[in-house]
Design a protein around this ligand. Structure first.
Ligand code: KIV
Ligand code: ZN
Length: 512
């Protein structure tokens, strides 16, 4: 029988640690449901002990997601482990993921512990966790830069205490594929009880090799779990990208000889959802999910693909969720057609009320835009900037005047805790005027560190998708807004970022 490669998604934990990528509870729940639909084996839902907010998110995900194993990260101490186990109680299948640094640098400078102390703590923490749950993963943080002799000692001990998965993180993205693969192979060969655990890879992308390193860990090292994130989201240069690793193993099954359980048809919808929720735009030439990933611009390529697609295509676009016919709906499309399209795009909507709300926004968009593309629908369903009961700020309407030689002026109507406010301002351009109008009332004092506009479906008829990144008192948040009018999209993005700034989060970083 073909062996299985376990896909462990950490978009909601390691991915979320990327400055600006923090997500609300509802956003995390939506992404978790989508990951379940994608048939991810393990979802790392958060780091329960890092904040009350994270605890609630892990718990809520454990309550609703039933087909994937739900995992919480925990430092290797009793308090963190108990908290994580408590949050995971509602899960059908739960996993505790313990981590403790083992590199000389981290032990001395960060933990201020001796190797013997780290060894003892690793052992005792797994013993403690094993009394609470059967599925225990242990990560020696900065494992790849750790002394192999010490690592062997620690790993042998934690497996003896009952750890069921051993993860070898390249925490700082320092590895080279062949070296990383052999590093894991050596550990597995030297540790007498290594066959009692599943081995896992966890690679950061600082040198752009996270996917290559992970695949080498699988092929050379014999790892059977890959930790990854959607779009490679993550701190600094990000983590190993789920879509790339999955499609590599599937497309080159001849080489890897492994099965993956992922339903790849939901990859694109998941990528769009994560990008629109976090405001981290996917580069057009990104493998698998970038807008150009299946576009053949050169005449020779186009001719070849039309004659026989495998002349230049190694994967089928539709297998990862790109559809052949991209013009999907219009003004006359009904609720059923809309609902069916949502299903085809892999967008899970829980309640009829949610579908009705999205359909009303679809109708509104169709009144202003004759052709509605898949990308428009995906943007629409993740647009959280419209006035919502549970949000502090909501967009209502906007008018602006700009003329060559005149200073632009904007008037924005928006809600603050449900109450409508009208605010006006001048600015350098209509976008500047609109955001100044909002800020003059809200007085957030936040600094804008990024503003970007992206045409969702490529033409001037398309919706503009705006990302605004705000920084205030050490916190960085991203807001996203989409609309055929980019000034409106900008106001929506700004309000969405303000909503995120509102929700306070005091949390402990995993790689503190
Ligand atoms: O990169 C890392 O070392 C981690 C651990 C917490 C697993 O994310
Ligand atoms: Zn990591």
């Amino acid at each position: 029988m073909t062996e299985k490669l376990i896909i462990f998604d950490t978009t909601l934990r390691d991915g979320e640690q990327s400055p600006g990528a923090s997500m609300t509870r509802d956003e995390k729940l939506r992404i978790a449901r989508q990951l379940e639909r994608l048939k991810v084996d393990v979802i790392e839902a958060g780091f329960a002990a890092s904040s009350n907010g994270d605890f609630e998110c892990v718990k809520a995900i454990a309550e609703v997601v039933k087909d994937s194993t739900i995992c919480s990260l925990a430092r290797a101490n009793d308090r963190d482990i108990s908290r994580a186990a408590e949050a995971l109680k509602p899960a059908n299948s739960g996993r505790l993921h313990l981590f403790l640094a083992t590199s000389a640098l981290h032990m001395e400078k960060k933990l201020r512990m001796t190797p013997d102390q780290v060894f003892e703590q690793a052992k005792l923490s797994v013993r403690f966790a094993r009394n609470l749950m059967g599925d225990i993963e242990f990560s020696p943080e900065d494992g790849y830069r750790s002394d192999p002799d010490f690592l062997c000692r620690v790993i042998e001990a934690v497996i003896a205490e009952g750890a069921t998965t051993i993860n070898v993180p390249d925490t700082v993205g320092y590895a080279i594929p062949e070296l990383y693969g052999n590093f894991i192979k050596n550990l597995r060969e030297r540790i007498p009880n290594s066959d009692k655990a599943i081995w896992s890879v966890h690679c950061h992308n600082d040198l752009g090799m996270a996917v290559a390193n992970s695949l080498a860990g699988v092929k050379i090292g014999g790892a059977r779990q890959v930790e990854c994130t959607i779009n490679g989201l993550g701190e600094r240069a990000g983590n190993c990208s789920l879509e790339e690793v999955v499609m590599a193993v599937k497309t080159r099954k001849d080489y890897f000889g492994l099965e993956v359980g992922i339903d790849t048809r939901h990859i694109l919808a998941t990528s769009r959802m994560v990008s629109q929720t976090t405001g981290f735009v996917v580069q057009p030439n990104k493998a698998v999910v970038g807008a150009n990933a299946f576009a053949h611009a050169s005449g020779i390529h186009q001719d070849g693909v039309l004659k026989a697609r495998d002349t230049y295509e190694i994967m089928r676009a539709e297998d990862v969720g790109w559809t052949a016919n991209k013009i999907v709906l219009g003004k006359l499309s009904g609720r059923n057609a809309f609902k069916q399209r949502l299903q085809e795009l892999g967008v899970a909507m829980e309640s009829e009320a949610e579908i009705n709300n999205a359909f009303a926004r679809f109708k509104d968009l169709a009144d202003r835009k004759s052709e509605i593309f898949d990308e428009d629908i995906l943007a629409l369903v993740s647009d959280e900037s419209v006035a919502q009961d549970n949000e502090q700020y909501g967009f209502v309407s906007l008018s602006q005047h700009s003329e060559t030689g005149e200073r632009p002026h904007a008037r924005v109507v928006f809600t603050v805790a449900g109450k409508e406010i009208t605010s006006e301002s001048d600015g350098n351009g209509p976008v500047d005027a609109s955001l100044k109008a909002i800020e003059s009332h809200v007085k957030s004092g936040a600094e804008m560190v990024l503003y970007s506009v992206n045409a969702i479906s490529g033409s001037t008829e398309s919706q503009g998708e705006v990302t605004v990144r705000l920084q205030n008192s050490g916190r960085v948040v991203n807001g996203v807004g989409a609309d055929p009018d980019i000034v409106v999209a900008s106001a929506k993005a700004y309000l969405s970022a303000l909503n995120k700034l509102q929700s306070k989060a005091d949390r402990v970083a995993a790689q503190g």
